[in-house]
Ligand binder design. Sequence first.
Ligand SMILES: NC(=O)c1ccc[n+]([C@@H]2O[C@H](COP(=O)([O-])OP(=O)(O)OC[C@H]3O[C@@H](n4cnc5c(N)ncnc54)[C@H](OP(=O)(O)O)[C@@H]3O)[C@@H](O)[C@H]2O)c1
Length: 358
Amino acid sequence: MRQQVGILGATGMVGQRFIQLLEHHPWFEVAWLAASDRSSGKKYGDAVKWKLDTALPERIARMPISPAAPENAPKVIFAALDADIARELEPAFAAAGCAVISNSSAFRMHEDVPLVIPEVNADHLPILENQIWRKKSGGYIVTNPNCSAIGLVLALKPLVERFGVESIFVSTMQAISGAGHPGVASMDILGNVVPYIKNEEEKMEAETLRLLGARDGKIVRPLAAKMTAHCNRVAVEDGHTESVSVKLTRPAAHEAILKAWREFTPLAGRDLPTAPAQPVEFTAVEDRPQPRLDKWRGSGMTVTVGRLRPCGLLDWKFTLLSHNTIRGAAGAALLNSELLVSLGKLEARKFDPVAASA
Ligand SMILES: NC(=O)c1ccc[n+]([C@@H]2O[C@H](COP(=O)([O-])OP(=O)(O)OC[C@H]3O[C@@H](n4cnc5c(N)ncnc54)[C@H](OP(=O)(O)O)[C@@H]3O)[C@@H](O)[C@H]2O)c1
């Protein structure tokens, strides 16, 4: 029997991706959906503006949307809420004993809350044992990073491990789906580039260094590197592209960097259903990666890197691409939950669907 899970913020862009990715998941089954008061009480199919290119599953379309409260919710909650709402609701679910697998930025930098990419820093997970909710009810919050930090960190991790990284310069070209729906007005983005995404540069800088940092007992010490990020919104539907320059601690040849990316398979043999065989894949084609052509590598979970060449300012520069609502959001959370199951930190609980829909 598959473990029953709930989705908080089920009608949004990331919530829809959760439904799509969970539809055929071997371990989990969607048993509970919640969104705002605007949607609560409606059938999911009537409340959602379904924006994905696969059909809305009929079983899900018929499901009722519950109030966003932990009573009658399953023990495992995938949360896709705006940060302000998450700040209020996620602790309520954790206090009620739920494992909250969160996409929002609300608790990512909280000292006791793991910010995790399974291939990068699974060893940060034990800090969740310090959470007050964990101690009182068994519940907790685990987060995945900002959608632009995740691609960058996956590409940097093998370089940090083999050569050390001292300075990071990144400039992003971020898809409009990253702003949710309806997101940026078409009049603002068509034929245009918007060189500002509120709080994005700060999040990207802080999260990147925390993810690449080391756990020291109960806390995480960020990587001691210099970093600057420029974040831009561009008229692309899905897929964040990033131009990156890095200064390494120890010299590295072109082939050694390609080898580091090629051999970066830290989850090999763990049998996590959402883990891609190759988390970072290099393309030698001179004008790739491109969002339209490369975002679906590894079913949207692989980061594509290309154009590795010497940098006149730092040591090396390259381009990367990752799917922002898969690897950057719902797929990232799902992989976190699979890691938690494999570590024995997600327990199944009997769920009563009659009580939930009453
Ligand atoms: N889009 C991305 O690429 C991406 C990537 C990484 C992380 N994230 C993060 O993931 C979160 C969700 O993003 P999104 O793009 O899916 O946003 P979105 O499309 O705006 O969806 C927001 C969801 O939250 C629900 N909601 C709003 N107010 C609520 C309330 N008071 N109580 C309960 N539910 C409420 C909405 O329900 P209604 O439909 O009823 O209003 C909807 O289901 C954000 O924190 C975002 O920063 C997004």
